[in-house]
Design a protein around this ligand. Structure first.
Ligand SMILES: [Zn+2]
Length: 155
């Protein structure tokens, strides 16, 4: 499953499959994390914190990652921090590559259709387009506004 998931540095520890959904418990193959405040590398695990994240479908089944975003205690500034994961931003419930794929679909279609095809709400699709535009794809802002405005206009 780790191989099929194909996220660098991420290991699948457990998988649960139903007819329509695959739930993968994943962890990062790294014992340490870097403090975003002071840059110190910390190996002092404070707490495990799992949350659910939507990822690209596998063989037409929706994929939910159970991500353990570990909480570390920094040995430098003594504050707690959540580790940075490069495949999912903090407080997001979708992976960056999923947001990217949804955004590509929106470019070739529209938000309402993409939402329906992927069993998402319009709001979820919009927030993925925003996230992808900001971090991964660097879509031109003008194009992005057109997408959002054209969606809102038809509501
Ligand atoms: Zn620190």
């Amino acid at each position: 499953m780790t191989k099929i998931l194909n996220l660098p540095g991420v290991i699948v520890e457990e998988s649960l499959e139903t007819e329509s959904t695959i739930i993968l418990s994943v962890t990062v193959n790294n014992k340490t994390a870097v403090c975003p405040r002071c840059g110190q590398t910390s190996r002092h695990l404070h707490q495990n914190k799992t949350h659910l994240v939507r990822d690209l479908p596998i063989t037409n089944r929706e994929v939910i990652l159970k991500v353990n975003r570990r909480l570390f205690k920094c040995e430098g500034c003594k504050k707690n921090f959540s580790e940075i994961l490069d495949f999912v931003e903090i407080r997001k419930n979708f992976t960056q590559r999923y947001a990217q794929s949804i955004t590509e679909q929106v470019i070739n279609s529209d938000i309402n259709n993409v939402a329906r095809n992927n069993k998402l709400t319009d709001e979820q699709v919009e927030s993925m387009v925003m996230a992808a535009a900001k971090s991964v794809m660097k879509i031109e802002l003008a194009q992005l506004f057109r997408l959002v405005i054209s969606c809102c206009a038809f509501k």
